[in-house]
Design a protein around this ligand. Structure first.
Ligand code: SAH
Ligand code: DHB
Ligand code: MG
Length: 225
């Protein structure tokens, strides 16, 4: 990712809000520690964003969640904590090492029975889910390789249903969406997904810009019509 432009004010306020309002439990805190100890990049969603995912899962009444990009399972745990009994979450991760750390973190959080981690390129896994006739997903969180964001958005619609909620992370990318030369790998993929959110008649969407511990970024929220 390109250089962060955080200010001490943003990060200090976010830490305060996380401590006072968000209050991640010990399983979530341990998941972050385990990821750091395993040498994984610290790119999980911030606690306030993770809590937002959990609340959106609850608000939408989702029983089946699809995640694209697991890392160490931090966002996975947040969303799985929002599922009702009998709910199910399928998460896609390319790197076996990441999937292994995530498996341990999810199991330690007591959520092992409701979370399935599929290792491989997400586009392959998504195709396999369709071929298997997987039941529609109610909620989809897209947070993997940004190059494929528009493809993942299309898959979210195909594997969803009218009324499915879609959240996409990292859609501002330090402003690179206005100057793709800042990141020629990721920015064009993000911009394609944003254009699709605005133009595709199957979607109704908005984007919220964010600042905080993860720098300047944003998340998109879309409803499948
Ligand atoms: N959602 C996580 C963070 C995910 S970071 C959280 O907030 O806690 C992005 C992850 O996507 C990384 O673990 C990376 O290995 C994985 N990834 C990258 N390309 C991928 C692909 N093509 N298919 C599946 N996973 C991929
Ligand atoms: C990166 C990926 C993410 O999903 C994120 O939230 C932050 C950074 C990255 O690849 O740098
Ligand atoms: Mg992300």
């Amino acid at each position: 990712m390109i250089e962060h432009q955080t200010t001490p004010g943003w990060t200090a306020v976010e830490d305060f809000l996380s401590d006072v309002v968000v209050r991640p439990d010990s399983a979530l805190k341990n998941a972050v520690t385990a990821a750091l100890e395993a040498g994984m990049p610290p790119i999980e969603v911030a606690p306030n964003a993770g809590k937002l995912l959990k609340l959106l899962v609850q608000l939408s009444g989702a029983r089946r969640v699809l995640e694209i990009g697991t890392l160490a399972g931090f966002s996975t745990i947040w969303m799985a904590q929002g599922l009702p009994d009998g709910g199910r979450l399928v998460t896609c991760e390319y790197l076996p090492k990441h999937a292994g750390v995530a498996r341990a973190n999810v199991d330690a959080a007591g959520l092992g029975a409701r979370v399935e981690i599929r290792v491989g390129a997400a586009l392959d896994t998504l195709g396999a889910l369709e071929a298997e006739g997987a039941e529609p997903f109610d909620f989809v969180f897209i947070d993997a390789d940004k190059e494929n964001d528009a493809h993942y958005l299309d898959w979210a619609i195909r594997l969803g249903r009218p009324g499915t909620t879609v959240v996409m992370d990292n859609v501002v990318w330090e402003g690179a969406v206005l100057d793709p030369s800042l990141d020629t790998v990721n920015a064009p993929g993000i911009v394609s997904a944003l254009r699709m959110m605005g133009e595709d008649p199957r979607l109704d969407a908005t984007v919220i810009q964010t600042v905080g511990t993860k720098g300047w970024d944003g998340f998109a929220l879309a409803l499948v019509r």
